[in-house]
Design a protein around this ligand. Structure first.
Ligand code: NCD
Length: 305
């Protein structure tokens, strides 16, 4: 059975540490790794839009000396002819050594993995999970804060549909002394199953609506976009889309060592004026994403430098 990455908890904390160490080493000495994936192929199957995730996966494979194939929209695949996801991956597994898949339906990569003879990486499934974004986020936090425990982590925006938040919470609640501050309008608060998990694991958390009231207490502020594509009606989206806008006035209320993160793309939730603040880490975050994906491809394909 191949090793897949469907949920972030498919990886132990030790394995995540090893991936981060590997990513650090790739950053320091990229030339050591430039041929390790020779003759290997990554297929990127993106049934939903993407910029960073798909291109960073492709760049990661290329920097390791491998090749890439795939599609970037469902409309250019046989999905439009009615082919199932399971049949699509059975096909692609004949042509590629590993698959990164993004799909609008929650659980699609899991279903695909059940029939797939090569590793499948979940690159985002609907409003559910996004484990490789979480690897990116954990590496960012480790690099910026020097630790992954004893942190007050504010998650702000669309906590209902934001899959990056769901995976990040599942990952971070395994570290010691984490306190979550969940900042959202009531209608966009975290799904009940995640709240139950926090209670079960005795992880400290509070839920608030106003960012101003809590920004001064945070070590990390993870901003998210209101997920327009997951709304049932446009009027609700329009009403909620500008619930939070992080600007220089709010940044003035924050700690000097706050780390502001965002999985990107941003819409209005972080004002452009914040970009030049040294506490804005979201552009570094997306760069780290390429290196941690290189480490992940190496792990799942059991390739060494
Ligand atoms: C996120 C996603 O696709 O869930 N983007 C990403 O992969 N960096 C966040 C989003 O789309 O809002």
């Amino acid at each position: 059975m191949p090793r897949h990455l469907l949920n972030i908890t498919d990886l132990s904390m030790e394995e995540i540490d090893e991936l981060m160490d590997q990513a650090d080493d790739i950053m320091k000495t990229p030339e050591k790794y430039q041929d390790c994936m020779r003759h290997k192929k990554l297929a990127t199957l993106f049934f939903e839009p993407s910029t960073r995730t798909r291109l960073s996966f492709e760049a990661a494979m290329m920097e390791l000396g491998g090749n890439v194939l795939g599609f970037s929209e469902a409309s250019s695949s046989s999905a439009t002819k009615g082919e199932s996801v399971c049949d699509t991956v059975r096909t692609v597994a004949c042509y590629a050594d590993i698959i990164a898949m993004r799909h609008p339906k929650e659980g699609a990569p899991m279903a695909a993995a059940s029939v797939c003879p090569v590793p499948i990486i979940n690159a985002g499934d609907g409003g559910h999970n996004h484990p490789t974004q979480t690897l990116t986020d954990l590496l960012t936090i480790r690099k910026e804060k020097g630790r992954l425990n004893q942190l007050v982590v504010g998650l702000c925006g669309d906590l209902q549909f934001g899959r990056t938040v769901h995976s990040l919470m599942s990952a971070m609640c395994r570290y010691k002394s984490i306190r979550f501050v969940l900042i959202s309008p009531k209608e966009l608060s975290v799904p009940e199953y995640l709240r139950e998990n926090l209670q079960r694991d005795k992880v400290s958390f509070t839920e608030v609506e106003r960012l101003e009231d809590v920004i001064g207490t945070l070590d990390i502020l993870y901003m998210t976009r209101v997920q327009r594509e997951r709304f049932f009606n446009e009027a609700d989206y329009v009403r909620l889309k500008d619930s939070y806008i992080l600007d220089t006035e709010k940044m003035a209320m924050a700690r000097k060592d706050l780390c502001v993160m965002h999985p990107l793309p941003r819409v209005n939730e972080i004002s452009r004026s914040v970009d030049s603040d040294p506490r804005a880490c979201y552009f570094k975050q997306m760069l780290y994403g390429k290196f941690i994906r290189e480490a992940l491809l190496m792990k799942l394909l059991e390739v060494k430098a």
